[in-house]
Design a protein around this ligand. Structure first.
Ligand SMILES: [Zn+2]
Length: 267
């Protein structure tokens, strides 16, 4: 009896897992479909500021990076377009880039937003609604609304930025659901994408996010998004302030180009 129960449980776990995590490509046709599909560069920023912090990209460097994207013919897209592009419902531009910021720091409004507007670039910010308008170093609701009217998309980074894998299920659910509800109420559009706080995630958390109506979630797993990616474990390329910020930025972007040129598969 116990054996049958365990077997049934295993089957249920495998089946439910499959709905969240796509199985790896098995056939040549699947691998070809992935290779032929879009390759989406998702950049991950936190702060744009001249203060000394690895999370803060200096303002002039951020400006140069945005200019580089424009000069290279990159076209910025939204999470909805990424989703539709991967599903084959939308033809994406040749060099699609999703510019993302985590946490919703005030400098995204004061420093990054003017530069994004200058170059006509779109971006996505994953905010922590419990911090929004509560602390001086985070943006307030009016600033978020103003940014949304200027080409920025706001999505969820959970309600209070906890380490999700350390929480019981009911708290994971409330973090994901309350942030979604509060953002939808304040901003008046569906919230269907999130970034995992601290980048950590697992199959169980991904399943809860999917149950609550999210369509995708971003990690800090280093890589390029393509049709082999998992909607609930989307790769990003983090951009930090380092000793050689610009050199590191170019190398990270160059990695993408060589990746495409040589047709390397990541799985
Ligand atoms: Zn964060």
């Amino acid at each position: 009896m116990k054996k049958i129960f365990l077997l049934a449980l295993t089957v249920v776990l495998i089946v439910s897992g499959a709905s969240v995590y796509k199985s790896q490509a098995q056939s040549a046709a699947e691998i070809n479909a992935i290779a032929a599909g879009p390759k989406i560069l998702v950049l991950n920023y936190h702060q744009v500021d001249d203060k000394h912090s690895s999370l803060a990209v200096p303002v002039a460097d951020f400006d140069a990076q945005m200019k580089f994207l424009v000069d290279s013919g990159c076209v910025t897209i939204t999470p909805d377009e990424l989703y539709a592009g991967l599903n084959g419902e939308l033809e994406l531009p040749p060099r699609p880039v999703l510019i993302t910021f985590d946490d919703g720091y005030i400098d995204n409004y004061t420093n990054a937003f003017p530069i994004l507007k200058k170059y006509g670039l779109r971006a996505t910010i994953f905010v922590i609604p419990a911090f929004t308008g509560q602390y001086p170093n985070y943006m307030n609701w009016d600033q978020l609304r103003e940014m949304e009217s200027g080409g920025v998309t706001i999505q969820s980074h959970t309600l209070t930025h906890p380490k999700l894998e350390e929480l019981p299920d009911d708290e994971i659910r409330s973090e994901l659901l309350n942030s979604k509800n509060l953002l939808e109420e304040q901003l008046g559009h569906p919230i269907e994408f999130m970034a995992y706080p601290t980048g950590t995630y697992n199959l169980h958390i991904a399943g809860i996010a999917q149950d609550l109506g999210y369509k995708g979630a971003f990690t800090i797993k280093y890589g390029i998004v393509d049709r082999g990616s998992n909607f609930f474990a989307l790769e990003r390329v983090p951009i930090f302030h380092t000793q050689t910020t610009m050199k590191d930025f170019y190398e990270r972007i160059a990695w993408r180009q060589s990746f495409e040129e040589f047709g390397w598969m990541k799985r």
